[in-house]
Design a protein around this ligand. Sequence first.
Ligand code: F6R
Length: 242
Amino acid sequence: MHVVMAADYDQMSRKAAYVVAGRIILKPDCVLGLATGDTPKGLYRELVRLHRSGDIDFSGVSTFNLDEYIGLAPEDPDSYHRYMEEHFFRFVNVPPERRHLPDGDASDMAAECRRYEASIERAGGIDLQILGLGRDGHIGFNEPDVKFEKGTHCVRLDSSTIEANARFFSDAGKVPKRAVTMGIRTIMRARSLLLLASGPEKAEALRGAVLGPVTPELPASVLQLHPDATAIVDEAAARLLR
Ligand code: F6R
């Protein structure tokens, strides 16, 4: 995995935005894989800025998000649908019919997983997948001991992830226990991967992802096997890489 250093969170976000912007400039109809959580908020802010200045146009772009909680309707304020609306979609011109997130409120979740995989394939596959990093090394909601061969599937969240994500909910007891996520197979099929990591609490997981053995115990370690994976990381997250 190629590692790009950034001084801090803001610089990491700007560098990531330039990478994404470069893709869109070279391939205006590119397919982006998107993530939620705290890490990519700065990236979205920078992409909105580049869009407002006229440098990037999202009118030909398609997007597929990594994951969604099961049991939350798209309009639920805690859903990833709403997160994407609030942090990105409402500020840019990705056509609504080209924005895709798995439906965590579908009546048949197994069918929803198959539908989501098929729609990624129909779009021609993902050109550039953005990834955040869980403290336990998860990517998407692929928790430790994941099976690398899985496509989009439903998961039970680890207690550490439920605890970490409680900060996004008004009531910690409301964090869903299950989610639907692209699998490692889906992620590894993207033509390029861009992992972002910031802050000291990611240092341990980042060391495992970049330097550790490739193991399902640290799902992000699988990225070492991808032919075009880059991590943009700040000093605090990179503390254990030296
Ligand atoms: C979100 C996602 C998760 C997060 C990870 C890190 O779509 O897939 O894997 O990227 O939990 O979250 P933050 O960025 O909040 O530390």
